[in-house]
Design a protein around this ligand. Structure first.
Ligand code: HEC
Length: 150
């Protein structure tokens, strides 16, 4: 009898932890935090702009692979598909790089920044990127995050 109660308490505690975690992840990218966005803008210029463009415009013909099979850097503005990925995926692509995310023999010039930037800095860069999107795109991105429980 006692054991049953203890087990039930453990199960309930477990559910509470899962719910709390999911809640904490709902807004992984702090795009409404002006300090994070300002830091992210500086980090973007230093670490991302060389490939993704000073105005997030990406490289020309970004949908076509080069002679060696590599894709150019895509835009991070509304014309690209950065906003089609939920927060966690954007974080993981930036931290680990596209090769690690796609797996297999996939080759990519998008290296991971896990050795260069802290997790918070990565989130700040992504916050800057997201803060530049028009409200309707931000809304759709928020809705997608809510759907995947990110
Ligand atoms: C050396 C060039 C280079 C730099 C520097 C670089 N990227 Fe990339 N990035 C790429 C390329 C190329 C791709 C496309 C990779 C592919 O799909 O094979 C890409 C793709 C991405 C994607 C996926 C976009 C999508 O629509 O799927 C994200 C997110 C991203 N980069 C974020 C960043 C961030 C944030 C930084 C700075 C911290 C950064 N990148 C710096 C070259 C670069």
């Amino acid at each position: 009898m006692r054991l049953g109660i203890v087990a039930a308490v453990i199960v309930i505690a477990g559910v509470a932890v899962v719910v709390a975690r999911t809640g904490a992840q709902a807004d992984l990218i702090p795009y409404t935090d002006s300090d994070a966005v300002a830091l992210g803008a500086t980090l973007y210029d230093e670490h991302c702009a060389a490939c993704h463009g000073a105005n997030l415009e990406g490289e020309p013909n970004w949908r076509e692979r080069d002679a060696d099979g590599y894709l150019p850097a895509p835009p991070h503005d509304v014309n690209g598909h950065t906003w089609h990925h939920p927060d966690r995926q954007l974080f993981e692509i930036t931290k680990y790089g596209t090769e690690a995310m796609v797996g297999g023999n996939y080759r990519s010039n998008m290296g991971g920044f896990g050795e260069v930037l802290t997790d918070d800095e990565i989130l700040a860069v992504l916050a800057y990127i997201k803060s530049t999107w028009p409200p309707r795109v931000i809304e759709r991105h928020d809705a997608m995050n809510a759907q995947v429980g990110n």
